[in-house]
Structure formats: C-alpha cells, structure tokens
Design a protein around this ligand. Structure first.
Ligand SMILES: Cc1cc2nc3c(=O)[nH]c(=O)nc-3n(C[C@H](O)[C@H](O)[C@H](O)COP(=O)(O)O)c2cc1C
Length: 207
C-alpha cells in the first residue's frame, strides 16, 4: 500500500520509546496513508509459527466512534482521535487459514507440514484457550504498533477499559475473538504525563 503523504518525521527507536506517552486528546487530522504505514510496520511483529493471529477493525466513522466510546465507559479519547484501532486476535481464522502464513521458504511440501504442525498445536486447545493464545500473540503486536506510531510522529493510548461483548456486538466481530486493546491514534493535542516507572534495580535480578 503506497504512503501518499510524506511521513512528517521518523524517530530513532530510542527516541520513539522515550517520547511515547498515553495521549487522550488529539488533533483531528491524520492521513490514512500514515495510519496504513503504522499498521504495516506493526504486522512485522513476530508470532508463533508466524501465524499472525492479529486482526484490526479501524473505526473512523464519527457515529460509530461515539457508540464505541459509550461501550468504553465514556472515555473521550475515542472520539477525540481521528482513528481508533480495535486490535483483536482471531485464533479460529488463524487455524483455518494457516496455509497463508506458512513461509514460502519451506517449499511446497514443507508448507503443508508447517500447516499440519499449526493445526496439531492449535486444535488440541479449546476455543477459549486458542483465543487466549491469539491474544498473547496480539499483545506483542500491540507494543510494536505503539512504538511504530510514535516513531512516525503519532500518538496512542492503549485501552482495556471497555466492555468486550458490547464492542464485539457493535463492530460485528465473532463471539470467539478476544479484543486485545482499543488504540486511539492521532497527533497529540496534550503533553501526556511524564513517565513514572520502577527502577531497574527494583525489578531485575541477575542470576
Ligand atoms: C493494557 C493497558 C490498558 C490500559 N487501559 C487504559 C484505559 O482504558 N484508559 C486509559 O485512559 N488508559 C489506559 N491505559 C494507559 C495506562 O494508564 C498508561 O499506559 C500508564 O499509566 C503509563 O503511562 P504512559 O502510557 O503515558 O507511559 C492502559 C494501558 C495498558 C497497557
């Protein structure tokens, strides 16, 4: 997908991580090409078997954003941001379509074997266990997605404060999926809070 508008800036990884803060007020403008580039970068995240169980529903329609906000304890960042990405994992779709993600590097026979491995591993789990598996993988993508957005000069806030059932119903998502997060994205219209983190000494042991 071509990026039509030039990317305003590209930060180093260090700078993108340092300057990412949860942002809850946004400017309304964001070229769709930039959003697509951020999503593309995020999909380069790793996943078990390269299965890529993540899926996106990008909400841009003002009326749907309003309803999404209502399903999210009325958190106003959803309608403030030009886009809210609903990031979810779909293990059932992943299982059905494993041939699509099986790497050409394996060759034709190898690809079939890889599909069988994925099917064997996932089909011994229950639907709920598979959903959790997909959610774990999708959380890895979510981290990459936030850093990718910041790296291209955009801001986000990850959100778990929403009603899964209401959001699934609103967006017509299958019952079996887990929504990993809602992610409003756009250009910050506030500074956000400075980081407040544990020291490394508090949380790290060398053994
Ligand atoms: C899984 C997850 C769920 C979160 N849910 C919400 C939320 O529903 N609403 C909100 O305003 N912030 C939410 N946050 C943002 C956190 O409050 C924020 O990341 C944290 O305070 C650290 O601040 P920072 O992101 O600015 O570094 C969530 C963050 C994560 C990682």
């Amino acid at each position: 997908m071509p990026v039509l508008d030039p990317i305003p800036q590209s930060l180093t990884v260090q700078s993108a991580i340092e300057t990412r803060r949860s942002i809850r007020q946004y400017h309304p403008d964001m070229p769709k090409g930039h959003l697509l580039e951020i999503l593309r970068l995020a999909t380069l995240a790793p996943s078990a078997f390269n299965a890529q169980p993540w899926r996106f529903a990008v909400v841009e329609n003002a009326e749907v954003k309003k309803q999404l906000q209502e399903a999210s304890y009325n958190q106003s960042q959803i309608t403030s941001a030009p886009y809210t990405i609903v990031v979810y994992g779909d293990a059932e779709d992943t299982l059905k379509t494993a041939i699509e993600t099986s790497h050409p590097h394996f060759g034709d026979e190898g690809k079939v074997r890889q599909v069988q491995t994925v099917e064997r591993s996932l089909s011994k789990l229950s639907v709920q266990e598979r959903a959790r598996w997909a959610d774990n993988q999708t959380n890895i993508l979510l981290g990459v997605l936030m850093v990718a957005a910041r790296g291209l000069g955009y801001d986000t806030v990850p959100m778990l404060g929403f009603d899964q059932s209401k959001v699934k119903k609103l967006l017509d998502l299958p019952e079996h999926v887990i929504i990993t997060a809602l992610l409003p994205v756009g250009r910050a219209a506030e500074l956000g809070r400075p980081h407040h983190r544990h020291s490394l000494e508090r949380i790290t042991r060398f053994i």
